[in-house]
Design a protein around this ligand. Structure first.
Ligand code: 5RP
Length: 233
């Protein structure tokens, strides 16, 4: 089964968590897009939900699918967020931000009673770090911030560290919905993930990062052997 089919399978299984009347956080990326499309089909059959999109890309898709939207200010606490991830480890810690939406994704996940993460099997890893960690930074002083991130990863990472400013298809710096830049930090392995996350949290110039710790309650994994749903105990 292809990765895309596994993603779709996980996304469709996540619909079982959605109840009439819920306000939902809508994630970003190709897996989350499968969920938004499946949810749209339900809404067109009379399902009554509201969504808070985590990116402009998801907002456009949700509007096209006819899903009523609201914002965090009006919604307050969300019932459930369904989002994808770039990597998930055995402690339900995530790397997110491959699609550039990590800041809004983290805000929405933090405002949710429950977060379910939908992934294909290849995203499940023993140690986070094969996927470069996206770090959202302010444009002012970006070179200095990049240097400080590099030094920090030298302390926390094992093996070679490679820090790269993300660019778009035209080779220009990639700009997020919040008008920040993204630095992708490749490191081989970090044993102290919590330490790295809290050091990045307090680094001047860093807006946020793609380490999501204690922000995933349930994993829904699409695989060749069907869908596996694992709740965090
Ligand atoms: C976007 C994200 C996505 O959830 C992550 O990149 C996974 O994307 P995909 O479902 O396309 O593999 O964090 O910022």
């Amino acid at each position: 089964m292809s990765k895309e089919a596994q993603k779709q399978q996980a996304a469709e299984a996540a619909l079982d968590l959605v109840e009439n009347g819920m306000t939902l956080g809508l994630g970003t990326g190709s897996t989350a897009a499968f969920f938004v499309s499946a949810l749209g089909a339900r809404v067109r059959h009379g399902f009554d939900v509201k969504g808070v999109p985590t990116s402009e890309q998801t907002r456009i898709l949700a509007e096209k699918e006819g899903i009523p939207l609201t914002n965090l200010g009006d919604a307050g606490r969300l019932d459930l967020t369904i989002d994808g991830a770039d990597e998930v480890d055995t402690s339900f810690r995530l790397i997110k931000g491959g699609g550039g939406a990590l800041l809004r994704e983290k805000i929405v996940a933090s405002a949710s009673r429950k977060v379910a993460i939908i992934v294909d099997e290849a995203k499940c890893v023993d140690h986070l770090g094969h996927f470069p960690l996206p770090i959202e930074v302010v444009p002012f002083g970006v070179r200095v911030t990049q240097q400080r991130i590099s030094e920090l990863l030298g302390v926390y990472g094992e093996g070679e560290v490679n820090i790269r400013l993300r660019t778009d298809q035209f080779g220009e710096p990639y700009v997020t919905d919040g008008e920040h830049l993204i630095v992708d930090a490749a490191f081989n392995k970090v044993t102290n993930i919590e330490g790295l996350a809290s050091s990045l949290d307090s680094m001047t110039g860093v807006v946020d990062h793609g380490l999501f710790i204690d922000l995933c309650d349930m994993l829904i994994v699409g695989s060749d052997n069907g869908v596996r749903t694992i709740a965090k105990s």
